[in-house]
Design a protein around this ligand. Structure first.
Ligand SMILES: [Zn+2]
Ligand SMILES: [Zn+2]
Length: 152
């Protein structure tokens, strides 16, 4: 598939630009993140990568994730006080965290510049901006609505 090929090229280039080599472990960790864009935790990534690389350790997975973050291919996401999650979508977007099912959805911010929604006081310089929204996803909102309308 063309898309996969492009991603591999991008991976090698982005890693090389930061002085990292594209190892088999880094490649598999990145592939796992691209395959299921459900914002997995490091532990979930570990379990998925282990199916392809049975000998990989948790420490190696953490190292790979760190490298991918430093190379600008993956970003860390904090939606609640639970473990850090990982997202391979590097276009500006916020995250919607469903309080019922726990899923994390990408919400496009519709702006090129993520700092635009905030009017910063003079002198402040933005380095990064994280937008995290809590609520119910459409499926959970529907469920809550139908439960309310059904007489007990
Ligand atoms: Zn939900
Ligand atoms: Zn995301």
């Amino acid at each position: 598939v063309k898309r996969t090929k492009d991603n591999n090229g991008e991976l090698t280039r982005s890693l090389a630009a930061r002085g990292f080599r594209a190892t088999a472990q880094r490649e598999q960790v990145y592939r796992v993140l691209l395959q299921h864009r459900d914002h997995p935790t490091a532990e979930q990534v570990f379990l998925r990568v282990k199916r392809r690389l049975p000998d990989i350790s948790m420490a190696t997975v953490y190292n790979c994730l760190d490298t991918l973050v430093q190379a600008g291919l993956v970003r860390q996401v904090q939606v609640d006080r639970a473990a850090t999650r990982y997202c391979p979508n590097m276009t500006p977007h916020g995250h919607f965290h469903c309080v019922e099912c726990g899923q994390v959805f990408d919400i496009p911010c519709g702006l090129q510049d993520a700092q635009a929604p905030f009017r910063l006081p003079r002198g402040f310089k933005v380095q990064s901006c994280e937008v995290s929204i809590q609520g119910r996803c459409p499926a959970c909102a529907d469920k809550a609505r139908s439960q309310r309308s059904t007489p007990a």
